[in-house]
Design a protein around this ligand. Structure first.
Ligand code: ZN
Length: 289
C-alpha cells in the first residue's frame, strides 16, 4: 500500500491517465463524516505508485474552489493510509519578476478565504498548531530537487495568497495582496494544507505559473475568454509545456521523499495534545463531527 498522494487541479486526471498506468486498483470514493470524497485513483509512474485525487472533478472544472469538500478529501486520504501529499495547481502571478510558464514551490501562505470550513476540530479545544512552516519542509526540498535536476526555471521561495472565489480578484485586491508580500494568487491551497497538518500529514504545493493577475500588467479585456485571454500566444505555449512536466516533477519528488524517513514537524503536529493526554494515537477519535 502506498503512503503517497497527489491532489491535482483541472486537467490533471487526463494528463496522468495519458502518462501512467492506473490499472492497479479500481477508482473509489471514501465515505467520511464530512461527506463523500472526490474519486481516488491509484497511479504508477516511474516505479512509484501513488493515490490521485482531482479537486475539481475528473472531467474539467465541475466543482469550483469554494465548493470543494476539502475536509472529506483530506480525511479520505488519511483513511487510505497517506502520509505525504503533493498538491499541484496553476496560480496567477502577483510578483512581476516571476515568469509565466515557470514553477515555484511556495514556502508560505496568506489565507483570505471567507466561507470554507477550515478545521476538523470544531469540538474538543484542539487545533492550536504552530505555523512556522505551513508546508512540509522535507517535501518542499524534494520538489526543489526535482525542479533543479530537471533543469527547469523556478523560484525557490514564494508566498501564495488564497482567495475565496469563484470570481477572480480585482486590480485593487491584487495591489493589496502585493503590499502584503504575496507573490502568487490562487483559490485552492487553503484550507487543504491546514487540514492535512491537523491530521499530521506532510503537504507541499508545486505551482506552475499561468498568467499575470489582474492589474499586474496591462492586458486587453477579451470577451468570452478567461485565463487564455490574459496570456500571449507564446506564454500559453510555455504554460502548456509546464503542465505536461508536472507528473514527472511530482513523481520524482515523491520518490525522493519516500527514500527518507519523515523527520519534519508535520508528523508531530498533535504531539502536544497527546502528551497532555487530551487525545490518543487513534486520529479518528480526535474529531467529533
Ligand atoms: Zn512533513
Amino acid at each position: 500500500m502506498t503512503s503517497l498522494a497527489i491532489i491535482g487541479g483541472s486537467g490533471a486526471y487526463d494528463l496522468l491517465k495519458k502518462k501512467t498506468f492506473n490499472k492497479l486498483k479500481p477508482c473509489r470514493k471514501i465515505k467520511t463524516p464530512f461527506g463523500q470524497s472526490a474519486n481516488i485513483h491509484t497511479f504508477e509512474l516511474d516505479g512509484i505508485s501513488f493515490l490521485f485525487m482531482s479537486r475539481h472533478g475528473d472531467d474539467g472544472y465541475k466543482t469550483s474552489a469554494p465548493f470543494v469538500n476539502y475536509r472529506a478529501n483530506v480525511w479520505a486520504l488519511k483513511e487510505a493510509g497517506i502520509e505525504r501529499i503533493i498538491s499541484w495547481s496553476g496560480p496567477g502571478i502577483i510578483n512581476p519578476s516571476f515568469d509565466v510558464g515557470s514553477y515555484t514551490v511556495p514556502h508560505d501562505i496568506i489565507d483570505q478565504t471567507k466561507c470554507r470550513a477550515g478545521t476538523f476540530f470544531e469540538h474538543g479545544g484542539l487545533g492550536f498548531i504552530r505555523m512556522k512552516n505551513p508546508f512540509c519542509t522535507d517535501l518542499r526540498h524534494a520538489l526543489l530537487y526535482s525542479l533543479e535536476s530537471l533543469n527547469l526555471n523556478f523560484q525557490e521561495h514564494s508566498v501564495y495568497v488564497c482567495t475565496e472565489g469563484p470570481r477572480l480578484e480585482t486590480p485593487a485586491e491584487i495591489h493589496l495582496y502585493h503590499s502584503y508580500g504575496a507573490d502568487l494568487v490562487g483559490m485552492t491551497l487553503a484550507p487543504e494544507a491546514f487540514l492535512a497538518r491537523e491530521l499530521e500529514m506532510c503537504y507541499a504545493p508545486i505551482c506552475y505559473l499561468t498568467n499575470f493577475a489582474e492589474g499586474v500588467c496591462d492586458r486587453a479585456y477579451l470577451t468570452g475568454e478567461l485565463f487564455e485571454g490574459m496570456m500571449t500566444k507564446d506564454e500559453k505555449h510555455d504554460v502548456d509545456e509546464a503542465v505536461k512536466r508536472l507528473p514527472t516533477i511530482a513523481s520524482l519528488a515523491l520518490k525522493t521523499a519516500s527514500d527518507h524517513p519523515r523527520e519534519c514537524e508535520c508528523s508531530n503536529a498533535m504531539v502536544r495534545y497527546k502528551k497532555r493526554g487530551d487525545i490518543t494515537d487513534d486520529w479518528h477519535t480526535w474529531i467529533d463531527p
